[in-house]
Design a protein around this ligand. Structure first.
Ligand SMILES: Cc1ncc(COP(=O)(O)O)c(C=O)c1O
Length: 402
């Protein structure tokens, strides 16, 4: 009997979805970087967008104090501490003039990635379509697939200011769509959206009964006095959608895992229901620290903007000197740079890696319309960016190869 069991052909211990699921883009880049470092290279990492600046001290201090309180050692509440959600509502009023009911229109997330990844489970039925920008943060598409839905990709093209062309969505796809992801300020293109665009999104969503998910993770990383608006500022937005934001980039808190979703109370409730069956909320001490971040001194945020703006200017000037033609971002800490003529995204990224020990992200990794670009993150010091620029200028980029 035992022999019969051993002889039986066993199925591989992996679900089918693990087969089609690509390795997470940045996990792959991390591996290549580790290889280079192991070989002794002085690597400059402009790949993953992870702020190098520290979390402001008053936020760390709040965590340290709250971590000592046994009341915070138990399971948090599923939808988040009322105090934190109230703090988010106050921040929305101060920052955008948007009124939110903290209990029904705000949900705490364990980082916005977590919420974005679970949202399709809350709103998509099998065979539904999600309208997904491309290139884009990879989570939108993969989460749609996890929910059994399909993505209809909306290309983000330079000629349209990297905004999706809603008129180009065929009515048959729009009718089948249940969800639309948008993200401004945009990763990876650095593009921004104005009121007119959001108004068009609201009209489209109302017409086709589509739920809008606006990912505003970079709303506070903006330059030269420009302050991105909230999607929820537009009349009708709350009826059709939700907005996701995060403390990660605003307060250099990527490691802390704290974000939130706000907006349409039905969508917030549905997402809360899914989450309560999967996770048990964000650590209360981290939520207290989040309150300190949202309500405390905002001077570190202003400093952060200035630092990225200076870095942006160094990199843009250097890339231009090297003969490249980068987009100049008004927001985000990404530079979206066209590759040299005749050079694919992957070829250019691997040339930069091999010949200059600079890690970038090939644009095609964010979706096919990102082909012909690489993304560079401004998450290293000015000195390192100057060094990166010097190395790039030494490459002969006209022919696309060294
Ligand atoms: C567009 C976008 N949305 C969401 C996130 C996730 O941020 P977090 O999960 O740290 O809140 C990121 C992180 O890089 C991002 O680029």
């Amino acid at each position: 009997m035992a022999a019969a069991t051993a002889e039986r052909v066993r199925r591989p211990p992996r679900a089918e979805r693990v087969r089609w699921l690509p390795p997470y883009l940045f996990a792959e880049i991390d591996r290549l970087k580790a290889d280079l470092i192991a070989r002794g290279a002085d690597v400059i990492d402009l790949g993953v967008g992870d702020p190098d600046l520290p979390t402001p001290p008053h936020i760390i201090e709040e965590l340290a104090q709250r971590a000592k309180d046994p009341a915070n050692h138990q399971y948090p509440s599923y939808s988040g501490m009322n105090d934190f959600r109230l703090s988010v509502a106050k921040w929305y009023r101060r920052r955008f003039g948007v009124e939110l009911d903290p209990l029904s229109e705000v949900l705490t997330l364990i980082g916005s990635k977590e919420g974005l990844a679970h949202l399709p489970l809350a709103v998509i039925d099998p065979e539904d379509l999600a309208l997904v920008p491309s290139p884009a943060y990879p989570v939108y598409h993969v989460a749609t697939m996890f929910a059994g839905g399909q993505s209809w990709f909306m290309p983000l093209l330079r000629k349209n200011g990297f905004l999706p062309d809603l008129d180009a969505v065929p009515p048959a796809a729009a009718e089948r769509a249940r969800l639309m992801f948008i993200n401004y300020p945009n990763n990876p293109t650095g593009a921004t959206a104005d009121r007119d665009f959001y108004e068009r999104v609201v009209r489209f969503a109302a017409r086709y009964d589509v739920i809008v998910c606006h990912d505003a993770a970079y709303s506070e990383v903006a330059f030269g006095g420009y302050r991105p608006m909230s999607f929820l500022e537009v009349p009708g937005a709350r009826e059709v959608g939700v907005e996701f934001n995060s403390l990660s980039k605003t307060y250099n808190m990527t490691g802390w895992r704290l974000g939130f979703a706000v907006g349409n109370s039905d969508v917030i409730a549905a997402l809360g229901r899914i989450k309560s069956n999967i996770d048990s909320g964000a650590f209360n001490a981290v939520q207290w620290a989040g309150i300190a971040a949202l309500e405390g001194d905002q001077e570190p945020v202003a400093r952060m903007r200035k630092i990225y703006e200076e870095r942006r200017d160094i990199l843009i000037a250097g890339l231009k000197k090297a003969g490249l033609n980068p987009e100049i971002p008004r927001a985000t800490f990404y530079v979206w740079c066209p590759t040299p003529p005749g050079c694919s995204s992957r070829d250019f990224a691997s040339l930069l890696l091999r010949e200059a020990a600079i890690v970038t992200t090939p644009g095609s990794g964010f979706g096919e319309p990102g082909e012909g670009y690489v993304r560079m993150a401004l998450t290293v010091s000015r000195e390192r960016l100057r060094e990166a620029v010097e190395r790039i200028c030494k490459l002969d980029l006209k022919s696309g190869e060294q």
